[in-house]
Ligand binder design. Structure first.
Ligand code: GDP
Ligand code: MG
Length: 442
């Protein structure tokens, strides 16, 4: 994942207070790769990288967190900003019936999304919804919409394959007016690829229906091709929003960035399953994480934290293997590493806002104070005591506590934690360090 690669680069860059032209190049190369792997279209990637570079260059690295993490933050924020901010809800501000026109290639998910939207509008917005299919070409397309509309609890305006799409749509609009529907959802035909006849047809539908929303439905798995499709639809129609479907697949969803950039309209919804409740309001920040392969907060915190740890974990593992047990000196070096990173609170300060909110539940200031105490306690021990903690009995404990300016209970607590950690180190196969850090953080 990108975060891994950046973390590796960060290790080489540690100590540099600023992101400079030279060190940012390497990191941007990784970002570029990650975006291409996520199937963001090349011109869009170039544009994006240029913007990130502008923002990154010369930016002070606040606190003690190093350039790589800052860059991850910049990339993440810029991605989220590019894909849209806030919630772009469906617009129904029109003389009823508000018409919503669905556009997109065949198989993009128009019919499914039409029914999902019907369900959403009926259940969440308490609207009276009518659907109609202008897809007279694909066998059973009309029946498909009828079936899913029924499942969604909406009304369906029947049509026949021998009718013209425009006539169907106008008849449906008339029916919707007469029967006081709030919303008319117009499903349309798609082709396997863009063709002129299809574009002319949907343009005519748009002109006749004057929709309040013209939604471009696009398959997130479409990858690089999404840019061409988006361009063709943008040129044909005044789009008002995007629905990105099939985000439950394993694509990283880079198409979101491409289509957003090309069309300039917000991504309003994300299709996340074949079922009718599989429609989410699009969340740009969450999606940025997905494109970067960072998953969720836990993964990100782990990656960022791991930047400092891996080396130490390897040393420890080697130590354990070689028969030299994990002692309090190792424990001390762990604590110092944590402090070197600026402590837990500083680390969390650098996370994107959304992630910070989730992390806010942890009491980081206390955890940092705790780290300082632990360091003081171990520093009050003699070299022999650090190597052989089992020697530390009551008298020594009192001396150590006095030296560190803490209560004896704190010394006891540290020794207990150390014992637990020792057990963990023995079991550690390389991935256990995060758990260890958590124990240390209190
Ligand atoms: P249309 O040709 O644009 O009308 O596309 P359809 O609505 O018929 O969908 C094509 C296929 O994609 C169908 O098998 C749908 O079940 C499936 N599909 C649509 N949206 C989603 C989605 O968000 N997730 C998944 N997994 N499948 C979807
Ligand atoms: Mg269809």
């Amino acid at each position: 994942a990108l975060a891994d690669k950046l973390t590796r680069l960060v290790k080489e860059l540690r100590g540099q207070a600023r992101i400079t032209e030279s060190n940012v190049q390497d990191m941007l190369r990784e970002v570029r790769m990650a975006l291409l792997e996520a199937d963001v279209a090349l011109p869009v990637v170039r544009d994006f990288i240029a913007r990130v570079k502008d923002k990154a260059l010369g930016q002070e690295v606040l606190g003690s967190l190093k350039p790589g993490q800052t860059l991850v933050g910049i990339v993440n924020r810029e991605l989220a900003a590019t894909m849209g901010q806030g919630v772009a809800d469906i617009n129904l501000a029109a003389q009823p019936p508000a018409v919503i026109l669905m556009a997109g290639l065949q198989g993009a998910g128009k019919t499914t999304t039409t029914a999902k939207l019907a369900k959403y509008l009926i259940e969440k917005r308490k609207k009276k919804v009518l659907t109609v299919s202008g897809d007279v070409y694909r066998p059973a397309a009309i029946e498909q919409l009828q079936t899913v509309t029924r499942q969604a609890g909406g009304a369906f305006f029947p049509s026949l394959p021998e009718q013209k799409p425009l006539d169907i749509a106008l008849a449906a609009l008339d029916h919707a007016r007469k029967h006081y529907f709030d919303v008319l959802l117009v499903d349309t035909a798609g082709r396997l690829a863009i063709d002129q006849a299809m574009m002319e047809e949907i343009k005519a539908l748009h002109a006749a229906l004057n929709p309040v929303e013209t939604l471009f439905v696009v398959d997130a798995m479409q990858g690089q091709d999404a840019i061409n499709t988006a361009r063709a639809f943008r040129e044909a129609l005044p789009l008002t929003g995007i629905v990105l479907t099939k985000l439950d697949g394993d694509s990283r969803g880079g198409a979101a960035l491409s289509v957003r950039q090309i069309t300039g309209v917000p991504i309003k919804f994300a299709g996340v399953s074949e079922k009718l409740d599989g429609l989410d309001v699009f969340d740009a920040e969450r999606h940025a994480g997905r494109i970067l392969g960072m998953g969720d907060i836990v993964a990100l915190v782990e990656q960022v934290t791991a930047g400092v740890d891996i080396e130490a974990a390897q040393k420890l593992a080697a130590k354990v293997k070689s028969g030299n047990g994990f002692d309090l000196n190792d424990f001390l070096s762990q604590i110092r590493q944590m402090k070197q990173m600026g402590g837990l609170s500083s680390l969390l300060d650098k996370l994107p806002a959304q992630l910070m909110a989730k992390a806010g539940a942890l009491d980081m200031d206390r955890a940092d104070k705790d780290l300082r105490h632990k360091e003081g306690i171990i520093q009050s021990m003699t070299p022999l005591e650090r190597r052989k903690p089992e020697l530390i009995k009551a008298t020594r404990k009192r001396r150590i506590a006095h030296g560190a300016g803490v209560h004896v209970q704190e010394v006891n607590r540290l020794l207990k934690e150390f014992e637990q950690m020792q057990g963990m180190v023995k079991k550690m196969k390389g991935g256990g360090l995060m758990k260890m850090m958590k124990t240390m953080g209190g």
